[in-house]
Design a protein around this ligand. Sequence first.
Ligand SMILES: N[C@@H](CCC(=O)N[C@@H](CS)C(=O)NCC(=O)O)C(=O)O
Length: 225
Amino acid sequence: MKLIIGNKNYSSWSIRPWLVLTHFAIPFDEQVVMLSGEGWRENLRKVSPSGKVPVLIDGDVVVYETIAIIEYLAERFPHKKIWPADRKQRAVARSAAAEMHAGFSSLRNLAPVNLKASYPNRIDLDAVAGDLKRVEHLWGDLLQKSGGPYLFEQFSAADAMFAPLASRIRTYELPTSDVAAEYVEAIYALPAFQQLLADARKETWVVQRDEIDYAQGLKPVTDFS
Ligand SMILES: N[C@@H](CCC(=O)N[C@@H](CS)C(=O)NCC(=O)O)C(=O)O
């Protein structure tokens, strides 16, 4: 089984199935494709039907789109309990994951994932206030019911879906409720996330459009085709 990812420092969607595979100890190979530099889009299209990562290859099955990959893994490895075991809990977890997939566009657009960076006081808080309020409410509600530290009884695909958002809160030091801050801590404390962070720190390349100076137009983008 092979997971094709962009990178670990910036590629928010790649991080999610990588965390699922790693946390649940599912053996896999990984292939990194560049998301910047000359010809990167053409190279990406050679390995991905949608021209985006992540992509999971399992024999002759090619699965793309983060949610579809996670669902495939959950079906392929049912004993791992990638989603909560309880049907009602599973429905709520899938709702939260789908909301993450489709929503939180202000945070996603204005605060690019950049695991190894620290950029306090760079994000317009008014612009992301709605997303922060919603995620605090959602996490708060789920954590109250689960008793923490994860959104459901055990670490699940829902947590993997929100891990990149948690990293945005950390990278840009966004103000949150204590409960949300504790949840961010819990994500960072997860061994699989620590592994991700260590790997991200080893990556040497820079994806300019995901660096805040470029994203905010303070520096011209030079290698973004
Ligand atoms: N909806 C897709 C989004 C995937 C996505 O946008 N991936 C980014 C990297 S994090 C990408 O491949 N970008 C290349 C591009 O947009 O051309 C998913 O859930 O997997």
